[in-house]
Design a protein. Structure first.
Lengths: 405, 64
């Protein structure tokens, strides 16, 4: 690998030089401020928060709580105690789904959900599905809302919906689905793995009861971090009980948030990095990033659609209706082959089912999936143009494995 | 006059400190053990009758 790429517009040592189009998996590179915050945390905040009472322990504790407040402000949450640090968006989703269905019942999910939603639901009831899958129409909000309305029954406990597809980038109307859910007295659980940090989200204004977000994608933090924003009223059950540094005489897990859902030692350096990532987003403006990623994604969509033999999936990107993700296939070539050739040419993409078989069933791309391109805030116009040129050459030379560049 | 307000958790202590700061009252997050085991609170250096009310209005439960 070559080192010496660009980050924050500045040539930075240690950033791997490549065209990185796998931001849907994790964002890369991380902002310089994030790297600095993590390094600083390793030195200044090296104690376990919520445990000791000595200066470094208290300083670490206060830093973690400042980070919590930053995340709360970012998502429009009044009470920062309702922001839970989790190891991942997957853990956040598991916590909510297993709590909401602890007493039985079903959920209505879209047919674009990730395995982070589907697998916990299967684990709850391996033999009898506890979910109803709703065929959504990303280009038609009325149709999507109507479809969910038809899916709600007396046994439905929640509407569960991805905000944006990790395969096609299409955005669903979560505010309208939240309103629908509330019409029936139900909460809405939103998987914001692909939208947090890419599109503006206001939990209160959008009516979201439970927002599950990855810390390491659009929010720009480290892998191993996630958020669960609990605006709803259900008493969520922890996935793990354990030490919280409080009420320690009691064998019972504390009931108060956030401690109820934060047993064990927190990922302090990860939280410091996540907070720095969120602060850079607040400085730069999510709307500005959204515009940047939309322009790149639209360019990719139009350029790839014009190549003979290439099929691009989903509707042509529309601002606010798409995040910077798209998928394509090439006639007569396997996705793995194309991805490998792109890797040989220095372009990082992801091929396959993207842990979203429901979406691929919907697109008709089972069992092999697609090649997914996902831009990020540091992706440049040149990156995208070069990637298109490389893809054109690959398509034009299907038998030449080491073609290009 | 100093006063210690015991709260339920570290996050509540941080919130309490922030609430008091907004009212111009300086508080320190403190870790203390008591009959419940390990716990957190806020040590206020200039206590006043309004402190408990501000904390209550801010959604922070104070334990005796």
């Amino acid at each position: 690998m070559a080192f010496g790429g660009r980050c924050d517009g500045v040539q930075v040592k240690g950033v791997v030089k490549m065209i990185y189009l796998d931001n849907a998996a994790t964002s890369y590179p991380k902002a310089v401020a994030v790297r600095r915050a993590v390094s600083e945390a390793m030195v200044r905040y090296g104690a376990n928060p919520g445990r000791g009472g000595y200066p470094m322990a208290m300083a670490t504790s206060e830093m973690v709580e400042r980070c919590r407040k930053t995340a709360a402000d970012f998502f429009g949450v009044d009470d920062e105690r309702r922001v839970i640090f989790t190891p991942s968006c997957t853990q956040s989703l598991n916590t909510v789904l297993k709590s909401l269905l602890a007493g039985g019942g079903r959920v209505a999910i879209s047919d674009m959900e990730h395995n982070a939603v589907v697998r916990p639901l299967h684990a709850i009831s391996p033999r009898y599905p506890v979910y109803d899958t709703v065929a959504v129409t990303p280009a038609d909000d009325e149709a999507t809302v109507a479809a969910f309305r038809r899916a709600v029954t007396s046994r439905t406990k929640a509407i569960v919906c991805t905000h944006a597809s990790n395969v096609t980038g299409e955005v669903l109307p979560i505010a309208r689905l939240a309103a629908l859910a509330h019409e029936y007295g139900l909460p809405i659980v939103v998987d914001a793995a692909q939208s947090a940090g890419h599109v503006p989200i206001d939990v209160k204004a959008d009516g979201i009861d439970y927002l599950c977000a990855a810390g390491h994608k659009g929010l720009g933090g480290l892998m191993g971090t996630g958020l669960l924003v609990c605006n709803g009223e259900a008493e969520l059950r922890p996935l793990a009980e354990g030490g919280t540094g409080s009420h320690s005489l009691s064998p019972l897990q504390p009931l108060e948030l956030p401690e109820r859902l934060e047993s064990g030692t927190l990922n302090v350096t990860g939280i410091a990095g996540l907070s720095a990532g969120i602060q850079t987003l607040m400085t730069e403006g999510v709307a500005r990033i959204e515009q940047h990623e939309f322009r790149l994604c639209r360019m990719l969509y139009e350029a790839l659609s014009a190549i003979d033999g290439v099929t691009v999936y989903g509707e042509s990107p529309i601002l606010r209706r798409h995040v910077g993700v798209l998928s394509f296939t090439v006639d007569g070539m396997t996705c793995d082959d194309i991805a490998q050739r792109l890797a040989n040419a220095g372009v990082a993409v992801r091929a396959g089912l993207h842990c979203a078989p429901l979406t691929h069933r919907r697109l008709g791309t089972l069992p092999h999936g697609t090649i997914r391109l996902s831009v990020g805030r540091y992706t440049t116009w040149q990156d995208v143009q070069k990637s298109v040129r490389i893809i054109k050459k690959i398509v034009a030379n299907p038998l030449q494995f080491n073609a290009i560049i | 006059m100093q006063a210690y307000y015991r709260v339920g958790s570290l996050a509540n202590a941080a919130r309490a400190k922030r609430i008091l700061q907004a009212h111009g009252v300086h508080g320190y997050m403190k870790r203390r053990s008591d009959s419940e085991g390990c716990g957190y609170g806020v040590l206020v250096t200039n206590d006043s009758p309004q402190v408990a009310r501000w904390l209550s209005e801010g959604g922070v439960t104070v334990y005796k």
